[in-house]
Every structure is written in structure tokens, then in C-alpha cells.
Design a protein around this ligand. Structure first.
Ligand code: TXA
Ligand code: MG
Length: 299
């Protein structure tokens, strides 16, 4: 059920989380499907509702750096620098985990992805629940991420008891994921915090590994973030037969990210045969949007 934000709905959502239930909530990036990260049964429910393979690790959301530090074995100097600069915000740090973080959250890996979201509703929920919250994007596996409460409801229906509605997400694509658990920091997923911004703070960073089709690299599935309708990058080949629609993005990378999923959801609902999009610039600030378009158009 979609619920407007009020003190009562916030209290109910926090109680649901504490009792091991799922809550869909807004973040600045996309809507998340949250469960108590320290309750393995609750975390397993996320995988059931999403139809997500258990090999794909979840991001844990906390409301303070102190809480983040409590979940990991070591907290490198780079983590302090990045957290001070970018948290709360759309950056996930992958660090070596403490045993208290269940295997269900990390897909059995020895590392955990953590972030402090920059959204007042998310932060209030995290404080009220009093527990770290594991949350992937609140969509079925491989489908488009939700940037409104209605997107969440359209995809998951009543399998989530409460969907907290705080309007559209400002950032619009998922967080940048950076691993600090490798000798040289590794970019695992590009986002709106660019490689250049991260390099300024930590120095050399290994680029994102190329996406793969199978489940060999957690969360790096090539077919991801897809509309039901076939998405085609325009280029040398002619567009196919049938009825199509154009995805037009604003010329600014940040604005394009903010409207990308909403536009794709809307075009998907037209029931056309294909959606076409022009390639975006090859510059660093477009990495996040380019990555999502590449995955959304992989067949
Ligand atoms: O913006 C976001 O990050 C949103 C909001 C809800 O916070 N969440 C999100 O979660 O996009 P999800 O599950 O759709 O994507 C999680 C990403 C995956 O690419 C996954 O591989 C990576 O984070 N990840 C999480 N934990 C990891 C770990 N221990 N090692 C490597 N990658 C990890
Ligand atoms: Mg996702």
C-alpha cells in the first residue's frame, strides 16, 4: 500500500522493519526495498519478493558513520575521507564485514556494501528502526529501478505492506559503488558521483570490471535495469519495423540521470515494439547513465 509520510506511517514502518517485515522507502537515488539487515529471515524475504538470485549482495543503509564502522572489520583512512565528503549521499563503500552481518546480506562474501542515504525520510526511518537496513532497488530482478512510489507499486503490488511515498527521487540512478576491500580501490558500479570526484580523494582507482552475462561477478549482470520493451541504441543500423518511441534525454548528465527511469517507465507503458535512444557523450560525468543504457539495451 502506498502511504503518505506522516508521524504515524513513519512509526508503523519502523515497527514493521523491527518485526522482520519489508518496507519500501524513498532514497535520493531510487526507492529501496528494506529489511532489518541483521535478521536473516527478513533479508531472505527481499530475495523472494524481487525474484533476485541469492548470489547478488545487498547494500546496507545506516544513518551515521559510527553505525557504518560498527559493521566492518577495518575502516581505512580512505573511508573516512570519502564518508566526510560524500555521505549522506549516493556513494556505496564496500568494506570487509564483521561476522554480525549475515551471509544472506552479502551473498556469502566477506565484504559488505554500506551507505548513508541523503534523504530525510530514509534517515528518519533508519533512526526510528534503530537497525541497519538492507535494501536493493524496489523492483523485480532485471527490471527498471523505481523512482516513484507508483513505480514500486506497479512492479511489486501488495507483496510489500507499506510503500512510503515522498515523491520522485532527485538523483534518479543507483549509487556509485566503490570497493575499498581491494589493494587498489575498485569502481564496481558507476553513478552520479564520478570517477574523477573519487580519484581526487583516494588517488588511483581500478575501473569497473566489464559486465558479464552469468552470475560470476556479484551484481554485475549485463541484463539489468531493463524495460519490457526492447531498447535500441541508434547507430549505423536502421531501426526495426513496427511502432517505436524515442527516449530523449536532457543534455546535462545529472538531469538525464534524474529523469532516465521515469521516462523509461512511461515509454514502456506505451506498448510499442521498440524504444530508441541516441548514444550519450563519452565523458566521465555520463558514465552512470551510459552504463544503465548499455545494460538496458543488452539482449
Ligand atoms: O542507490 C542505491 O544503491 C540503491 C538504493 C536503494 O540505496 N540500491 C541499489 O541496490 O541499487 P541494488 O541491490 O539494486 O544494487 C546493489 C549493488 C550491486 O551492484 C551489488 O553488486 C553491489 O551493490 N554490492 C553490494 N554489496 C557488495 C559487495 N559486498 N561486494 C560487491 N558488490 C556489492
Ligand atoms: Mg537494483
Amino acid at each position: 500500500m502506498i502511504c503518505r509520510i506522516s508521524p504515524e506511517t513513519m512509526a508503523r514502518a519502523a515497527a514493521l522493519l523491527r518485526a522482520g517485515n519489508l518496507v519500501a522507502f524513498p532514497t535520493e537515488t531510487v526507492y529501496g526495498l528494506g529489511a532489518d539487515a541483521l535478521n536473516p529471515g527478513a533479508v531472505r524475504r527481499i530475495f523472494e519478493v524481487k525474484g533476485r538470485p541469492a548470489t547478488s549482495p545487498l547494500i546496507v543503509h545506516v544513518h551515521s558513520i559510527e553505525r557504518a564502522r560498527g559493521l566492518v572489520r577495518d575502516w581505512p583512512e580512505n573511508a573516512t575521507r570519502l564518508a566526510e565528503k560524500f555521505w549522506p549521499g549516493p556513494l556505496t563503500l564496500v568494506l570487509s564485514k564483521r561476522p554480525m552481518v549475515p551471509d544472506e546480506v552479502t551473498a556469502g562474501l566477506g565484504t559488505v556494501g554500506i551507505r548513508i542515504p541523503a534523504h530525510p525520510v530514509a534517515l528518519e526511518l533508519l533512526r526510528a528502526a534503530g537497525t541497519p537496513v538492507a535494501a536493493p532497488s524496489a523492483n523485480r530482478f532485471t527490471q527498471l529501478s523505481p523512482t516513484t512510489a507508483q513505480h514500486v507499486f506497479d512492479g511489486l503490488g501488495d507483496s510489500v505492506e507499506i510503500i512510503l511515498d515522498a515523491g520522485p527521487c532527485a538523483v534518479g540512478i543507483e549509487s556509485t559503488v566503490l570497493s575499498l576491500a581491494t589493494a587498489v580501490p575498485t569502481l564496481l558500479r558507476p553513478g552520479t558521483i564520478s570517477l574523477a570526484q573519487l580519484t581526487d580523494i583516494v588517488g588511483r582507482i581500478e575501473p569497473a570490471p566489464p559486465p558479464v552475462g552469468a552470475h560470476t561477478s556479484p551484481g554485475q549482470h549485463l541484463r539489468h535495469y531493463q524495460p519490457r520493451t526492447r531498447l535500441i541504441m541508434t547507430g549505423p543500423n536502421p531501426l526495426p519495423e513496427g511502432r517505436g518511441a524515442y527516449l530523449r534525454l536532457p543534455p546535462d548528465a545529472g538531469l538525464a540521470a534524474a529523469c532516465l527511469y521515469d521516462k523509461l517507465h512511461a515509454l514502456d507503458a506505451l506498448n510499442v515494439d521498440w524504444i530508441a535512444v541516441d548514444p550519450v557523450p563519452e565523458t566521465r560525468e555520463w558514465d552512470g547513465v551510459r552504463d544503465r543504457l548499455r545494460r538496458a539495451s543488452a539482449h
